[in-house]
Design a protein around this ligand. Structure first.
Ligand code: FES
Length: 156
């Protein structure tokens, strides 16, 4: 029985119709879930498996492969700070320290008010503007204390 996806069956059918196999619609359907719920729970994986005629194990394989899918609850705004070489050299850990010290935003935690969460991620393809961070789906680079202040102030 669907709970999380109950209201979205029509939308899912439209997406699934674009693919030769329903299982091929797994990425867009999982993305729908994440946009709606903020993360992909076990219950959500079971529902995706049910609507796409897949197994929960297959859904889990996809969710756990792509780092863009969150497997635990995140803050209203999720920050994905790159800590790979170019960003590390250019100050991503200093940015992380600033977020922690000034705003209490800590790696792998949700702030007590539920506003932010932070994870470190591998290269997000923005090395030329290192240090870089995804704020939700929006890329920010050349992070400085000033730009971090602006970013944090602009978030709901
Ligand atoms: S190393 Fe950070 S974006 Fe490439």
């Amino acid at each position: 029985m669907l709970t999380i996806l109950k209201e979205r069956t029509e939308e899912i059918e439209k997406v699934a119709a674009k693919y030769p196999s329903r299982r091929s619609a797994m990425l867009p359907v999982l993305w729908m879930v994440q946009q709606q719920e903020g993360w992909i729970s076990q219950e959500a994986m079971e529902e995706v498996a049910e609507v796409l005629g897949s197994t929960v194990a297959e859904v889990y394989e996809v969710v756990s492969f792509y780092t863009m899918f969150q497997q635990k609850p995140v803050g209203k705004t999720h920050l994905a700070l790159c800590d790979t070489l170019a960003c590390a050299v250019c100050g991503s850990m200093e940015a992380a320290e600033y977020l922690k010290t000034k705003y209490g935003i800590q790696k792998d935690k949700v702030t007590p008010d539920g506003r932010f969460s932070l994870e470190y991620v591998e290269c997000i393809g923005a090395c030329s503007i290192a240090p870089a961070m995804l704020v939700g789906e929006v890329l920010h680079g050349n992070l400085t204390p000033e730009s971090l202040d602006r970013i944090i102030a602009s978030c709901p």
